[in-house]
Ligand binder design. Structure first.
Ligand code: CA
Length: 470
């Protein structure tokens, strides 16, 4: 009897191990390469001519270039909150850019939300976050507390690039918001001595992480802070751009070029290990370029970082999955960064909670030749404080309220990518219909649960935080 039971148990165990191994073998690795404040026009695959990006272009060449790829917000923090949860961040009160406040457990991604790392971790994935976090600096909001197995980077919203400028041991020493840019980097919870130019260090960590995980599914979140300010580059990269006379643009170009080298190293390592046909690699920027600040270029788009004009939210966006999505495809229907989460969990067959429905879709079926289905009927944006509203529908019409209290405008992005011709006067019924759809979405959102960066004086006063340097 006992023996029989053991035999059956062993049989069941081997069936279970067998099927688990099968699922694991099929689960694709997921890599998200996120840049910071890179303009729509600043990649070769979107027509950039003064900054070659041959490696970033490899992703689009091996896979798909999204001409109408969006992020869910026009500045860093909320855009990342949407990306990492797969949900419009206003559903959980992350409508503002957070203040760097390591004392405050509420200043960041609420614990009620799950990151992609957490969800994939349950499906057997090993995960690492590299670079900029910006989803909370309190210890309870640290990447390792949010589902990542490894972390190398910094918790603040930006960072200086030269190691000799990293003079602060810890966030407890900050006197000013931007002192966070001067901390030593973290490896998991430990401050480390790093000697490389920041972008190179992050690329090195990414390559090493891939090398440590050749035979189990992994999720790599490679969040470069380049080319966000401060504009700082090494001679190695600057020397490539002697032809650019404008100093600011030249340094920006060098920073993008450093990222491009890193992307090349990541792709090379995947190919060397034979992982490239089992790895989905996404590339995108977290918001549009702030053209005046970092000399980025949003190409034909109107507006810049911070705006709900296309220049704020439409970004360079590409994905490769060799053998699974067609090489060299150009995809023009609107897609959004929120789709990355949905794609990853669907392809990994990971389970998500019904309490937190996703706003994205699995993009892979849409990228098969001949599939004319529409990923999204509408995409939405809200800037809470400014009361700005935007909606893009699948046919390319955009409803926009760009200033608080202003009348809605309407653009046909297919014919007017630069948002120059307001059609609201001619198409009142369409405006009314889109407003109604927008308002239904609005009713599902929460007000921000924390004060934003621009309210920091008021915030310090309320919290009794001393920041002598502010
Ligand atoms: Ca950004």
């Amino acid at each position: 009897m006992v023996r029989k039971f053991l035999q059956i148990s062993l049989l069941m165990f081997s069936v279970w191990v067998g099927s688990a191994a099968q699922v694991m073998a099929q689960s694709p690795n997921i890599i998200i390469i996120l840049t910071d404040d890179q303009g729509y026009g600043d990649v070769g695959f979107n027509g950039c001519t003064d900054i070659p990006t041959p490696n970033i272009d490899r992703i689009a060449g091996h896979g798909v270039r999204f001409t109408n790829g969006y992020v869910s917000f026009a500045v860093c923090g909320p855009s990342r909150a949407g990306l990492i949860t797969g949900r419009y961040q206003d559903r959980f009160g992350f409508g503002l850019n957070p203040i760097l406040a390591p004392e405050d457990p509420n200043m960041g991604l609420p614990l009620s939300e799950e990151t992609l790392a957490r969800v994939l971790g349950r499906a057997g994935y090993r995960s690492m976050a590299i670079g900029k976090w910006h989803l909370g600096a309190h210890e309870s909001l640290h990447p390792l507390k949010r589902g990542f197995d490894e972390f190398y980077g910094f918790l603040s919203g930006g960072h200086r690039y030269f190691p000799e400028e990293w003079t602060l041991q810890d966030l407890s020493e900050i006197q000013h918001q931007f002192d966070g840019y001067r901390t030593k980097l973290l490896r998991n919870y430990e401050r480390v001595e790093e000697s490389a130019y920041l972008t190179d260090a992050l690329s090195r960590e990414a390559v090493e992480f891939i090398g440590r995980n050749p035979s189990r599914p992994f999720f790599l979140y490679l969040a470069y802070n380049a080319p966000h300010t401060p504009l700082q580059a090494t001679e190695k990269y600057l020397s490539r751009f002697a032809h650019i006379k404008d100093q600011k643009r030249r340094t920006y170009a060098a920073m993008v070029s450093a990222v491009d080298d890193g992307v090349g190293n990541v792709l090379d390592r995947l190919e060397m290990l034979g992982l490239d046909d089992n790895t989905i690699v996404f590339f995108l920027s977290d918001n549009g370029g702030p053209e005046k600040t970092n000399s980025s270029d949003n190409g034909p788009l109107r507006g810049q970082k911070g705006d709900l004009w296309e220049g704020g939210v439409r970004v360079p966006f590409a994905v490769q999955w060799r053998g699974k999505v067609p090489a060299g495809m150009v995809y023009e229907r609107p897609v959004i960064s929120l789709d990355i989460f949905a794609t990853a969990v669907s392809q990994a067959q990971a389970e998500i909670s019904a309490d937190r429905p996703l706003d994205g879709v699995d993009l892979i079926p849409f990228l098969q030749d001949g599939n004319e289905a529409v990923p999204h009927e509408q995409l939405y944006w809200r800037k809470f404080k400014a009361k700005n509203e935007a909606l893009v529908d699948q046919s390319g019409f955009k409803y926009l309220v760009e200033e608080s209290g202003a009348r809605a405008s309407l653009y046909n992005l297919r014919e007017d990518i630069g948002e120059q011709h307001n059609l609201a006067g001619q198409q009142k019924r369409r405006v009314r219909r889109l407003r109604k759809i927008y308002q239904q979405w609005l009713a599902e959102l929460m007000d921000p649960t924390f004060m934003g960066l621009s309210q920091r004086k008021e915030y310090y006063e309320k919290m009794g935080i001393e920041r002598a340097g502010e």
